[in-house]
Structure formats: structure tokens, C-alpha cells
Design a protein around this ligand. Structure first.
Ligand SMILES: NC(=O)c1ccc[n+]([C@@H]2O[C@H](COP(=O)([O-])OP(=O)(O)OC[C@H]3O[C@@H](n4cnc5c(N)ncnc54)[C@H](OP(=O)(O)O)[C@@H]3O)[C@@H](O)[C@H]2O)c1
Length: 253
């Protein structure tokens, strides 16, 4: 697997008139992923799934609304995708929220409701999406499901502590992706299922935590989308069940 920092990701391995689904397309990264895919000359169709009112997209994009905590709402939007689907991207996530949810600095800040909310959106929501969309994925080709996770979900890489709910939910997502990768590869030879770290990206999610990001290390959503799609472009079946950073480096679980 190789990555290319400078070129625009062309996703040349995807077939002509490929079909993609982006869940979380109203978010900073999800929106940029959708726009990048829709601008590719061989893009057949992108289904942009949003919880809130979808943004305007140009190109062959259909928008649909669903909440990843509501599996029925996801099942209802599957029909809006062009089938078979070649690429499913999960770009949904929460770290903080209007209801007072905030990353915990210490054990004393841990609250069950926030842990449950993070798990519901960051981890269980991803499996709801896989349940809804997997039956429509291409099975005669290396179909790809890529889930935007976060480096802080790596247990091996955890040296700073804090952020209990977000870390635990991303670790749960990683384990879910690995488990899904094993199962999918049994029934659908050549299928690829990976977790991705997008870097630190200038979006609503990271906005309160950008102060200490070193110069040049805060990506625009478009930059991150390009990096992530470059990683996706380079995936092969051997990468099934892996966790990659934006630059193509493997992250330990
Ligand atoms: N930004 C970073 O620095 C960074 C770093 C590491 C990992 N990530 C990961 O990157 C992914 C994308 O985040 P982002 O930075 O683009 O943040 P963002 O702009 O806040 O986008 C988050 C997206 O998640 C959606 N969402 C939240 N709860 C949902 C639900 N129940 N059902 C459906 N959609 C829901 C939001 O929809 P609404 O518009 O309806 O709220 C929004 O589209 C997340 O998984 C995040 O953990 C980001």
C-alpha cells in the first residue's frame, strides 16, 4: 500500500461509472470526500447521506437523510444508491455536543450518558451502516468499506490519556471494523474493510482543540479528503482489516 501526498487522488482502481456512498456528508470531511468523488471523471454516482439538511453538491450526487442511530432510516436510503456500490465511506463522528458533551480531562469527568452517546454514533452507527449497505456492495470486485476513525482510538498509541468516551468509542469502532473485515472477506472474496485516521482537520469537531496544533499540521477538509482517498486508491485485499493514517502509515491497534 502506498500513499501520495501531492497528487490529487484519482481512484483509478475504481471501475468506470463507479458508485460510492458517503455517510456523514454534511460534516467537514464527509462533504469534502463527496465533492472529491463527484468531480472524478469516472464517477457514476455518489449517495451523500446526511443527518441534517444536506449541503448542495455538484455532479452526480443524490442526497438522502438518515440518522446512524436509527437503522430503519438507513435501510430506507439504500435504494437511493446506484448498485452495486463499490465504495462506502463512513465519515460520521462526535467528540463534543450542544448538550454539554465534552472530552473528559480526567476520570472524574466521565459520565455514562456521554460514553453511550459516543459509542452509539462513533461505533454502533458504523455497524448499522454496514448492515444497511453491505448487501448492496459489489461482490465481483474489490469493494471497499472505509471508516473514518481517529488515531486516539489506538490503544497501543495512547500515551496522553483523557478523552475517555471518544477514545473508547473509536477503539470500539476499530475492533468492529476488524471483525467486519474478517466476516466480509469470508463471503465476498477481495472485499476490503479498513479504519482511517484523517489527521487533524479544520472542522467543527476539532474546532475547540486546534490551539496546540503545530504549524502546517491542521489540514483543510479538502486536503484530508485527498489524503484519505489516496490511501483508499492504494488499497488491495491484503490491506483488509487494517488501520491507516492519512499518509498511508499503518497505525497499531
Ligand atoms: N476533524 C478532525 O481533526 C478529526 C480527527 C480525527 C478523526 N476525525 C473523525 O473524522 C470524522 C468526520 O469528522 P469531521 O471532522 O468531519 O467532523 P464534523 O464536521 O463535525 O462532521 C461530523 C459528521 O457526523 C455527523 N453525525 C453526527 N452524529 C450523527 C448521527 N447520529 N447520524 C448521522 N450523522 C451524524 C454530523 O452530522 P450533522 O451535520 O447532522 O451534525 C456530521 O456530518 C469523525 O469520525 C471524526 O471522529 C476527525
Amino acid at each position: 500500500m502506498t500513499s501520495n501526498d501531492t497528487n490529487q487522488a484519482t481512484l483509478g482502481k475504481l471501475p468506470d461509472s463507479f458508485s460510492a456512498v458517503v455517510v456523514g456528508a454534511s460534516g467537514g470531511i464527509g462533504r469534502a470526500l463527496t465533492q472529491h468523488l463527484a468531480a472524478l471523471p469516472h464517477c457514476g454516482h455518489v449517495l451523500a447521506v446526511c443527518r441534517s439538511t444536506p449541503p448542495d453538491f455538484s455532479g452526480p450526487v443524490t442526497t438522502a437523510q438518515a440518522d446512524v442511530c436509527d437503522p430503519d432510516s438507513l435501510r430506507k436510503v439504500v435504494d437511493h444508491a446506484q448498485t452495486p456500490i463499490h465504495l462506502l465511506l463512513y465519515a460520521v463522528g462526535i467528540l463534543h455536543g450542544p448538550d454539554g458533551m465534552a472530552p473528559e480531562k480526567s476520570l472524574a469527568d466521565v459520565q455514562a450518558a456521554q460514553m453511550q452517546q459516543a459509542m452509539a454514533v462513533n461505533a454502533i452507527g458504523a455497524l448499522h451502516c454496514a448492515q444497511a449497505f453491505a448487501p448492496a456492495m459489489a461482490n465481483n470486485w474489490e469493494s471497499i468499506m472505509a471508516f473514518v476513525s481517529a488515531r486516539v482510538g489506538s490503544i497501543a498509541d495512547n500515551r496522553l490519556g483523557g478523552w475517555y468516551a471518544y477514545r473508547a468509542s473509536k477503539a470500539a469502532l476499530n475492533q468492529a471494523v476488524r471483525t467486519l473485515a474478517v466476516e466480509q472477506a469470508r463471503g465476498r472474496k477481495g472485499s476490503i474493510c479498513v479504519a482511517l485516521h484523517p489527521g487533524t482537520v479544520d472542522t467543527a469537531l476539532s474546532q475547540p482543540f486546534q490551539r496546540n496544533v503545530p504549524e502546517g499540521k491542521l489540514f483543510t477538509p479538502e486536503q484530508s479528503a485527498n489524503y484519505l482517498l489516496t490511501v483508499v486508491s492504494g488499497l488491495s485485499a491484503d490491506d483488509n482489516g487494517s488501520f491507516f493514517a492519512w499518509d498511508g502509515q499503518t497505525i497499531p491497534w
